[in-house]
Design a binder for this molecule. Structure first.
Ligand code: TYD
Length: 137
């Protein structure tokens, strides 16, 4: 199986329908999202200074969106790391399977929206960095 690298993870720019009364962004399976979305979840009420993530997925891929506010996502393939600040609701970071991710520097009131290719499955998680390095070796 091909190993994904941080260089394979792109930022997807979603369309924005602008209106003086506010904006709309629509995200559709197979059009703006390069996989079928099976689960949507969002993180909110994140206390200042907290870090989230710190795991990898074997099969799941996802788009991470700053629906409100901003935060930094660091992806890591065991060789290279890349940190992306997400701060606009019309950008999505495509995190491919097999990458370690860490999320930090949440702004006050940030909402982290995730579109995921799989339903929740604890067996798909790699929870420690040592285990991850072994997995990608
Ligand atoms: P976890 O994936 O560890 O969160 P993070 O990596 O963002 O820190 O999940 C935290 C808790 O939420 C854990 O008890 C599992 C639960 N959870 C679900 O029940 N369903 C889900 O879809 C997700 C993402 C988490």
């Amino acid at each position: 199986m091909k190993k994904n690298t941080v260089f394979d993870c792109n930022i997807i720019h979603f369309p924005r329908i602008a209106n003086r009364a506010g904006n709309i962004t629509a995200v559709q399976n197979g059009i703006e999202v390069p996989f079928d979305v099976k689960r949507v979840y969002y993180l909110y009420d994140i206390p200042g200074g907290e870090d989230r993530g710190a795991h990898a997925h074997k099969k799941l891929e996802q788009l991470i969106i700053a629906a409100s506010g901003s935060f930094d996502v660091t992806i890591d393939d065991g060789r290279n790391k890349k940190t992306v600040q997400l701060n606009r609701p019309f950008f999505g970071l495509h995190v491919l399977p097999g990458l370690w991710r860490d999320i930090s520097n949440f702004s006050s009131g940030a909402i982290l929206l995730v579109l995921a290719s799989e339903t929740y499955n604890t067996a798909d998680y790699i929870r420690t960095y040592d285990e991850y390095l072994n997995y990608v070796k």
